[in-house]
Design a protein around this ligand. Structure first.
Ligand code: IPM
Ligand code: MN
Length: 352
């Protein structure tokens, strides 16, 4: 098939890891007879430096015209001036909003070979396989905000439709997995959480009566992720809670450097990125783990192009090089490690 990817390197380790993801996609195209083209665009700090805007209109237009958008990472200390109103993160948030990708899907799967790399005991993390659905285009991230002489505020607001569409997506996923859906909120304190609880509860009772559905308060969830993570299947939650809980959950797998994410809407291109950030401390040194970006590319094959077989071949290649003992520094424990490019090339060579 023919497919057009837009590649947005962004900042820090972004360019290094997306380069490997593109190399893997090109190899997949070659092996399976597809015609993939790649167009590069600016976002984040790199876009601020080049054109003074973290989300240039050309990037938005290219994104809309693409089949899938691959993103590296945005942000870094260079653009951290608290008095500046232009920040790299605005590029990413704006792009999510522009593309209407309201569901951020973050799989947290513990590769058996890496269980020892987790700061938690292997018997706690082993068997963990959680699929997070984080609401991505609403809530406090996009609420009215302001500052005055002695304070600042930001509004958390959700509509019924915003809750329904992501809960439905998460419920659909739970039906194809172990049949359990957990909704995380703070309904003992926050009004928008009480809306989530009502709307999600009604929808599940009506449309998904066979799911094992439960609700957990976010503070308790932070604890349960460390005490019994393997019991969860699909977890759905709002934007801010999902941001925090998925970083926490990433540690179950040993490294944030392993985790991909897919952001999808009801139609149009998806946005695929590693969960990790721009890691400015290791940028440009060949130390970054490209596996999250490569696994994000696999999610693009699956979710945006419908190429399930190809997605599985990439995931299998990643599993096989891990089994063979290849490690970047973040997952090396105390053993030897390889560079970003060696790791990416190994995945290419392991493709069947
Ligand atoms: C993420 C990141 C972003 C977020 C930042 C970079 C704006 O932390 O994708 O989780 O908060 O959504
Ligand atoms: Mn985050």
């Amino acid at each position: 098939m023919k497919a057009q990817f837009v590649v947005l390197d962004g900042d820090g380790i972004g360019p290094e890891v997306t380069e490997q993801a593109v190399a893997v996609l090109m190899a997949v195209a070659g092996k399976h007879g597809h015609d993939f083209t790649f167009e590069h665009g600016l976002i984040g700090g790199a876009a601020i430096d080049a054109v003074g805007d973290p989300l240039p209109s050309e990037t938005i237009a290219a994104g809309h015209a693409a089949d899938a958008v691959l993103l590296g990472a945005v942000g870094g200390p260079r653009w951290d001036d608290p008095t500046s109103h232009i920040r790299p993160e605005q590029g990413l948030l704006g792009l999510r909003r522009e593309l209407g990708v309201f569901a951020n899907v973050r799989p947290i799967r513990v590769f058996p070979e890496l269980a020892a790399a987790s700061p938690l005991r292997p018997e706690i993390v082993s068997g963990t396989d959680i699929l997070f659905y984080r609401e991505l285009t609403g809530g406090i991230y996009f609420g009215d905000s302001g500052t005055d002489d002695d304070g600042a505020f930001q509004v958390m607001r959700y509509s019924k439709v915003e809750v329904e569409r992501i809960v439905r997506m998460a419920a659909d996923a739970a039906q194809t997995r172990r049949g359990r859906l957990t909704m995380v909120d703070k309904a003992n304190v926050l009004e928008p959480s009480r809306l989530w609880r009502r709307v999600a509860g009604d929808l599940i009772a009506e449309e998904y009566p066979n799911l094992a559905y439960d609700v957990v308060l976010v503070d308790a969830m932070a604890m349960y992720l460390l005490s019994h993570p393997a019991e969860f299947d699909v977890v759905v939650t709002s934007n801010l809670f999902g941001d925090i809980l998925t970083d926490e959950a990433s540690m179950l797998t040993g490294s944030l450097g392993m985790l991909p994410s897919a952001s999808i809407g009801s139609s149009g291109p998806g946005l695929y990125e590693p969960v990790h950030g721009s890691a400015p401390d290791i940028a440009g040194r060949g130390l970054a783990n490209p596996l999250a970006a490569i696994l994000a590319a696999a999610m693009a094959l699956r979710h945006s192009l419908g190429l399930e077989k190809e997605a599985i071949s990439v995931e299998a290649a990643v599993a096989s090089i891990l089994a063979a003992g290849l490690r970047t520094a973040d997952i090396a424990a105390d053993g030897a490690s390889v560079s970003t490019t060696v790791m990416g090339q190994a995945v290419v060579e392991a493709l069947d």
